[in-house]
Ligand binder design. Structure first.
Ligand code: BDP
Length: 678
């Protein structure tokens, strides 16, 4: 009896939100809401499945005034944006499109959850981009290339008959942050996705996503005509091939009338493409564009093309695509990774941005943390995304940021789009690390409004995902906002890049020198450490990649003194004793950076442990244990890189820096069994 009373007491003392949570509800938890407003407090003419969802959200989760939902054709210029206005007795959400009304509903729910002021609201929202798209690198066998949150959400074997409840939950989560498009399958595409039986499965997903405003796209394999239907080749100038794609397009649109289009990785990393037949990327893209044009579909053609040649990999996409500017159909958009190498912790921006003046361009980010500690490391990516979007290319003079080049401000693009490789899998919490949900959220929010700050996005996300208690929000926000720079520091500071272990890309391997493999996949190709110094000379004396940037950036990067120090080893081969701005030598600075990164992770651990009382136990422990891994990995990175580079610098590790705890030879023996080719 005594015990029983004690239990009840404990039960009453534990706030509701501290009970175990599994993260499955993402930022849509609404922990304090038992039910929303009654249906008669929703004023809405007309009905369709999207409005039904809006009503469902309001009756379940909205606790404020009555809400009127109005479609308003005069708001056409807001595209799928909306306005929210409050009057004395109700809130009015208006949009040209039904989906805009649903977005407006998610907006007021977000305001409610973050305890924002709901009086006198007068909000106008217009999205920065038309197409806000996730790229899933999901294979048809259920695995995910570079996926770290379990298997694919798409159960191809069960479809079209058996339908997972998560399809709808996934669509809802995306709609709540404005994501309106998804590519379902890996860019290394199996031709089978275009087979009739697969298209029937795709149709089911498209039907489920449609009310949430989401269009489906597919990655396609350039050799599909030959592989699937035995055509003599897949040459884009071959009439039979052209007709094959036209036929395929009408087959798809019969099933999915609002199908979005194709994403294509061609002539890259062994994928087939038009160059197999001596044709150009424009020939290939245009053939597909012509097939989709009558149905309103678009082609997102990737600029991630490079081959093991003498040319610096950082220049290859530019050299390939600039001569083709103006040769693409108007329903083709060139999809460009933020950096010219490959989703590194920090890269200079890709010089192709702004270099195509007659062809629309879009950014491809990577949300999945292929090069950022998988789902083990806490790295908040909004600062990385913002750094890229805010980069000034000077392509149309000062102020020509990547954001303004891609969003149609500077180029009157018919289509504007932004994409990112998803980090979503079938893990209960969708993304593996609870904090990796923030990166899905951040991409959606920035795709909707690239002017939002990383801080504002983190603030919203923390309050909705955990609690709005400032004693929790403030320290967690500090962790998030510094976490990307911290990862850069313990992995690849000062512009170092691609010194990852080969294949899986988890952990350091600066000594990697794949003489029998591809040199452009070898870490030594990228850091070029020797007795004189370290870094890739991309100035005139080196690969001259700096010349691809518009003035004055070409000069800025050519000169070591004006190159930002966070990219100094990206553009220069720098002597070990080079004096940095803070007076340290390069070698000392490198040691200091690795040490700082490692210490920051230790601090994150301390901060997180202090926050235990604010978080339910399951999520607390899960984040805590992943921080332990991150702390161990940071030491591993620091020791591996410093002990290895020390062989060249031949200088002591400054004495105020923590001593290595590993032997280099032991670290060199580590071979993780995580598979993958490059
Ligand atoms: C690299 C990945 C590889 C992808 C490739 C791509 O290592 O798995 O297939 O990019 O984007 O980051 O095509």
């Amino acid at each position: 009896m005594q015990n029983f009373k004690a239990y009840i007491l404990i039960f009453l003392l534990i706030p509701f939100s501290l009970f175990a949570e599994d993260g499955s509800q993402l930022w849509l938890r609404f922990p304090n809401v038992k039910n929303g407003i009654s249906a008669d407090k929703i004023i809405s003419k007309g009905n369709n499945p999207t409005i039904e969802i809006a009503k469902y959200e309001l009756t379940n989760f909205w606790q404020g005034q009555a809400v009127e939902l109005r479609t308003d054709k005069t708001l056409k210029n807001l595209k799928d944006g909306y306005t929210i206005k409050s009057s004395s007795d109700k809130i009015i959400i208006s949009s040209n499109k039904e989906i805009g009304l649903l977005y407006g509903v998610y907006h007021i729910l977000q305001l409610q959850e973050t305890k924002s002021n709901l009086e006198n609201i007068n909000i106008t929202e217009k999205p920065s981009y038309d197409v806000r798209i996730l790229n899933h690198w999901d294979n048809l066998d259920g695995t995910i290339e570079r996926g770290y949150a379990g298997h694919s959400l798409w159960k191809w074997e069960d479809l079209p008959n058996k339908i997972s409840p998560r399809y709808k939950e996934y669509a809802r989560a995306n709609a709540s942050i404005g994501i309106n498009s998804v590519v379902l399958n890996n860019v290394n595409a199996s031709p089978n996705i275009l087979r009739k039986d697969y298209l029937e499965k795709v149709k089911i997903l498209a039907d489920i996503f449609r009310p949430y405003g989401i269009k489906v796209y597919l990655s396609v394999n350039f050799s599909s005509p030959k592989v699937l239907d035995g055509l003599e080749n897949s040459d884009p100038l071959n009439k039979n091939v052209q007709n094959w794609w036209k036929g395929k397009a009408s087959e798809i649109y019969k099933l999915i009338p609002d199908f979005g289009g194709f994403l294509v990785k061609a002539n890259s990393e062994g994928q087939p493409g038009p160059q197999d037949y001596g044709r150009t990327h424009a020939d290939g893209a245009n053939m597909m564009a012509d097939a989709l044009k009558p149905f309103g579909g678009i082609i997102m053609w990737r600029a991630f093309v490079y081959s093991p040649s003498k040319e610096d990999r950082a220049k290859q996409a530019y050299l390939e695509f600039v001569p083709l500017d103006g040769k693409f159909r108007d329903n083709v958009i060139i999809q460009i990774k933020n950096g010219p190498i490959d989703f590194q912790p920090r890269e200079a921006f890709n010089p192709l941005f702004g270099a195509l003046k007659k062809t629309p361009e879009m950014v491809e980010f990577q949300i999945t943390q292929e090069y950022l500690g998988f789902s083990n490391h806490l790295v908040y990516l909004a600062p990385l995304f913002k750094e890229n979007l805010d980069s000034d290319t000077y392509s149309f003079g000062k102020g020509s940021t990547i954001a303004k080049i891609t969003d149609g401000t500077l180029m009157k693009n018919k289509i504007t789009a932004i994409s990112a490789v998803a980090n979503i899998g079938e893990d209960t919490n969708w993304t593996g690390h609870h904090f990796a949900q923030a990166n899905w959220y951040a991409f959606g929010r920035l795709a909707w409004n690239h002017d939002l700050s990383s801080e504002q996005i983190a603030d919203e996300w923390i309050k909705m995902t955990f609690t709005d208690d400032q004693d929790f929000v403030k320290p967690v926000k500090e962790i998030m906002l510094s976490s990307r720079e911290t990862a850069v520091d313990y992995m690849m500071p000062l512009g170092l890049h691609h010194i990852f272990a080969s294949g899986h890309h988890y952990g350091p391997e600066p000594w990697g020198d794949y003489k029998n493999g591809r040199p452009d996949w070898s870490p030594v190709y990228y850091h070029k450490a020797d007795a004189n110094g370290v870094g890739f000379d991309r100035t005139k004396t080196g690969s001259n990649a700096v010349s691809l940037y518009f003035p004055p950036l070409n000069e800025t990067y050519e000169n070591i003194k004006t190159t930002p120090e966070n990219l100094i080893l990206w553009f220069h081969h720098v002597p070990w004793n080079y004096k940095m701005k803070d007076g340290k030598t390069l070698w000392e600075e490198l040691c200091f950076k690795y040490d700082t990164g490692m210490k920051n992770v230790r601090d994150y651990q301390k901060t997180w442990d202090k926050l235990q009382t604010y978080v339910d136990e399951d999520r607390f422990k899960s984040v805590q244990s992943r921080l332990k891994i991150q702390a161990k990995d940071a030491v591993w990175w620091k020791d591996a890189c410093l002990l290895y580079f020390q062989k060249f610098s031949k200088q002591p590790i400054p004495y105020d820096i923590e001593r290595p705890v590993h032997e280099l030879e032991d670290l060199e023996k580590i071979k993780l069994n995580m598979g993958h080719h490059n």
